[in-house]
Design a protein around this ligand. Structure first.
Ligand code: MRU
Length: 345
C-alpha cells in the first residue's frame, strides 16, 4: 500500500491484513495465524485483488508451516493445508502462483519461505511503479494535450496489490504528471470495490473522482465523457483474453464502439500462458446472497434465483493495450495479433 497503510504485511508469526470489508468507514487490521482464517479472509475479500492475493498466498505457505509445527501435523497435512490456500479463490492466477513460488522452499524452513514471500511483495511494488510509468507514457503519447477523463472498474489500486496499484498506478502516475481531470470509478457489483475502495484511494491521493453505477459506464463512454479506460486483470490467457471483475466486458464493448482505448494494466504474473484462450479461465461463482440481498436485507422476491459470477472475460480483440512491468503490448489491431509472448529476461 502507499503512504502509511499496508495491505499485506508479515507480522512475525502471522499475516497482518488491512480489512477491506470495512473500508472506508473503518481502517482496521486483522492478523491471521492459521490456514482456515486465511482462507476465510481470502473468500470474504478481507484481502483481494490478484497481486495482493499472490503475496497473501506466498505468506500463506509460512502460516501453514507454523500451524503444522504448533499442532503436530505431518507433511501430508501441511501440504493439504497449503493446497487449501492455493484454491481459496479460482480466478486470479496470482494466488496459485504466489503459493507455488514459496512452496518449494518449505524444506528450507519458515524463514526462507517468509523471505521469498517478502521478495514477491517488494517485487510487486517495483512492478507497479514500472506499469504506472509505461502506462502513463503510452496514454499521454496518444492523448490530446489536456487533463484526461479516465474510467476504471473495480479496484486495481494499492489495496489490490502490495502497493501503488496497477490500473490505479497508471492513474497515480498520470496525476503526478498533471494529466488527470477526473476518474470515473465504477461502483462495482456486488461488493462495491469501486465505490468503497477505489474512491477511498483516489480521495486520499487528492485525485478528483466520480463514483458511478456499473450500468452508467457504457453510456458515459458512448456520450464522449471518457478519454481512456484503464482496468486491472485477474488472469490473462495466452491469446490476450482478459478476466477481470464482472462488468469489464461492458466497458470494453463501449470503448470499442466509441473508439476509446481500453487499457489493461497487469504484471506478467497475471498472464497465464498455459491457457490458450479465455474460455479456459475458471470464473468464480459467488454466494447468491450478494445479489439477492442488500446490507443483509433480502431485496429480491422469494423464489428468485441468482447468477453471481465475480469476473467476466474480455476478448483480446477488445483490448487496445496491455501494460506490464516490461512495457506495453498493443493487442487489438496492434503489434501482437497472435497473442502475448513474454520478453526474455
Ligand atoms: O473480487 P476482487 O475484488 O478480488 O476482484 C479484483 C479485480 O477484479 C481487480 O481488477 C484485479 O484483481 C486486478 S487488481 C490489481
Amino acid at each position: 500500500m502507499t503512504e502509511d497503510v499496508r495491505t499485506v504485511e508479515w507480522a512475525g508469526n502471522g499475516l497482518r491484513l488491512l480489512d477491506q470489508t470495512v473500508l472506508p468507514g473503518r481502517v482496521e487490521h486483522v492478523v491471521v495465524r492459521d490456514v482456515a482464517a486465511l482462507v476465510d479472509a481470502i473468500r470474504r475479500l478481507v484481502v483481494r485483488g490478484a497481486p495482493a492475493l499472490g503475496v497473501a498466498g506466498a505468506f500463506g505457505v509460512a502460516i501453514a508451516m507454523l500451524q503444522a509445527e504448533r499442532e503436530g501435523w505431518d507433511d501430508a497435512a501441511r501440504d493439504a493445508a497449503i493446497a487449501r490456500v492455493r484454491e481459496a479463490r479460482p480466478t486470479a492466477v496470482n494466488l496459485a502462483a504466489g503459493v507455488d513460488r514459496a512452496a518449494p522452499l518449505v524444506t528450507k524452513g519458515v524463514d526462507a519461505v517468509v523471505a521469498e514471500a517478502q521478495a514477491l511483495l517488494d517485487e510487486d511494488i517495483r512492478n507497479n511503479r514500472a506499469i504506472g510509468a509505461f502506462g502513463a507514457d503510452w496514454i499521454t503519447a496518444r492523448a490530446q494535450d489536456r487533463p484526461l477523463r479516465i474510467l476504471t472498474h473495480c479496484n486495481a489500486g494499492a489495496l489490490a496489490t502490495a502497493g501503488w496499484g496497477t490500473a490505479l498506478g497508471v492513474i497515480r502516475e498520470l496525476h503526478d504528471r498533471g494529466r488527470v481531470e477526473t476518474v470515473y470509478a465504477d461502483e462495482t457489483r456486488p461488493l462495491l470495490q469501486g465505490a468503497r475502495l477505489t474512491a477511498w484511494e483516489l480521495v486520499r491521493a487528492g485525485i478528483q473522482c466520480l463514483v458511478q453505477a456499473d450500468g452508467a459506464a457504457p453510456g458515459a463512454i458512448l456520450r464522449g465523457m471518457v478519454d481512456v479506460a484503464v482496468i486491472g486483470a485477474d488472469r490473462i490467457a495466452a491469446n490476450g483474453d482478459t478476466a477481470n471483475k464482472v462488468g469489464s466486458v461492458g466497458v470494453a464493448l463501449a470503448c470499442a464502439a466509441a473508439g476509446v482505448p481500453f487499457v489493461v494494466a497487469a504484471p506478467w504474473s497475471t498472464v497465464d500462458l498455459s491457457l490458450a484462450s479465455g474460455d479456459l479461465i475458471p470464473i468464480e461463482e459467488r454466494d447468491p446472497g450478494e445479489v439477492l440481498a442488500w446490507g443483509g436485507v433480502r431485496t429480491a422476491p422469494d423464489g428468485a434465483g441468482a447468477s453471481n459470477p465475480a469476473f467476466d472475460v474480455t476478448p483480446a480483440h477488445l483490448v487496445t493495450a496491455l501494460v506490464t512491468e516490461t512495457g506495453v503490448l498493443e493487442v487489438a489491431g496492434g503489434e501482437t495479433p497472435g497473442g502475448f509472448r513474454r520478453p526474455a529476461g
